[in-house]
Design a protein around this ligand. Structure first.
Ligand code: 13P
Length: 254
């Protein structure tokens, strides 16, 4: 079956880089990335640098993503940022439910779900992250954990809404550890996610929603992962902080 899913590579900078470094990296990426690429690319700078980065990517084919947002539209929510604020400064995407937010900052499937709903309502494409810990994998509960995160994070969405999201499978044990999932390990979970999309929604949603893999993706291991039938892109952490390594992953995807 011919896939309609455009490969999507996103660079999650997390809480790294200065303003000057963010600008320099963005300039290097826009200079090297060609508009007619077969790959969709987005970068996800820290929120305080989104505006500076937006000014550089505007009019290029590099997309802009936030790393988080709050589900309320406005009001007394000190420190939080709304979907409307993100679209206002030029974001098209927002990462939601990243494992660091789930495990370090206390986000639950229910709070992730509120954010996913608000992001879609606010015309942002949510990159919804899920993934098991090492303990869960070793206990043989990867499938159950993924299913619970999937159902909880997407609760209440219509098929039309789910068709607009991107899913990122990020096994927690592979994030920032250098211990990448093997292509077979990743493909197994991606295929399960594809089956969940089909059973909970429909075959059109299942064949259109892109599922990125994240966790120690590098230029050297990207091609083996991205040639798996159900791996449609990558959510890259450490290797997205330097132009050369991030561009290497984009080349491997193309
Ligand atoms: P690393 O690529 O640094 O392992 O991070 C992956 C990740 O968490 C991307 O969101």
């Amino acid at each position: 079956m011919l896939s309609v899913r455009k490969t999507f590579i996103a660079g999650n900078w997390k809480m790294n880089l200065s303003r000057a470094e963010s600008v320099k990296l963005t300039q290097a990426l826009t200079a090297a990335f060609s508009a007619d690429s077969a790959v969709e690319v987005a970068i996800c700078p820290p929120s305080v640098y989104l505006d500076a980065v937006a000014a550089i990517v505007r009019g290029t084919s590099i997309g802009l993503s936030a790393q988080n947002m709050y589900h309320e539209a406005s009001g007394a929510f000190t420190g939080e940022i709304s979907a409307a604020m993100l679209t206002d400064i030029g974001c098209q995407y927002v990462i939601l439910g990243h494992s660091e937010r789930r495990h370090i900052l206390g986000e639950t499937n229910s709070t992730v779900n509120q954010k996913v709903q608000a992001a879609i309502k606010g015309n942002l494409t949510p990159i919804v992250c899920l993934g098991e810990t090492l303990e869960e994998r070793e206990a043989g509960s990867t499938g159950t954990v993924i299913e619970q995160q999937f159902d909880g994070s997407l609760a209440g969405l219509t098929s039309e809404q789910v068709a607009q999201i991107v899913i990122a499978y990020e096994p927690v044990w592979a994030i920032g550890t250098g211990k990448v999932a093997t292509p077979d390990q990743a493909e197994e979970v991606h295929a399960d996610l594809r089956r969940l999309l089909e059973s909970r929604y429909n075959s059109s949603v299942a064949s259109n929603v892109r599922i990125q893999y994240g966790g120690s993706v590098k230029a050297e291991n990207a091609a083996a992962l991205l040639t798996q039938p159900n791996i449609d892109g990558a959510l890259v952490g450490g290797a997205s902080l330097q132009a050369e390594s991030f561009l290497g992953i984009i080349s491997a995807a193309a």
